[in-house]
Design a binder for this molecule. Sequence first.
Ligand SMILES: [Zn+2]
Ligand SMILES: [Zn+2]
Length: 197
Amino acid sequence: MSPHGGSGVGVGAGVGPGGFGAGVPVPPPGVNPLAPPQVGPGPMAPPAGLVARNVWDRPVPLPRDRAWWTGATFTPLPAPGHFRGRSRTNPVVVPGLPPHQGVQPLSARERAWVREPVLRPVLLAGLDDPRQLAERAQLREGILVTRAGRQPPPGQECSECRRGVGRLVFAQCISGGLGQKCNNCLYRGHVRCSFQG
Ligand SMILES: [Zn+2]
Ligand SMILES: [Zn+2]
């Protein structure tokens, strides 16, 4: 039914009259041909003792259409007092993703992350106005990334979360995917996150 068919995928330069795959080395069993080559320490290798980003993080999911969004589960927010007096050492769980209020348009990041498998509860460390959870796109993105993104190994949080300065809304630093900001830096918008590629 697709007008585009399936042509073009996987076919490119280097495929000669010998047929697809001719002359292409076959990786040994157990080796992922899509994984980057392991060539020892180089400019991309982390300092000794640190886990490489592409080992602990995940790629960014693709944005889906609006129908994908409407199939998500939404949870009305509790009263504002529920969120008061919180800190990184005394966080509160966000009960779920509040329904989209339409104050800001649905972002591509929201459509990408909304139905990714939930890995953890969203721990809120502090927020002046909890109504932002339903209204502000960056905060909704932060919720989605927090519950489904990958958590860096201990000590490898982004530099902003490690320094702990400024407004850290979420109690944990969670990555928005390879090359992307973490949840807290997403909320702060203008801040450059050390997770960005
Ligand atoms: Zn962070
Ligand atoms: Zn960050």
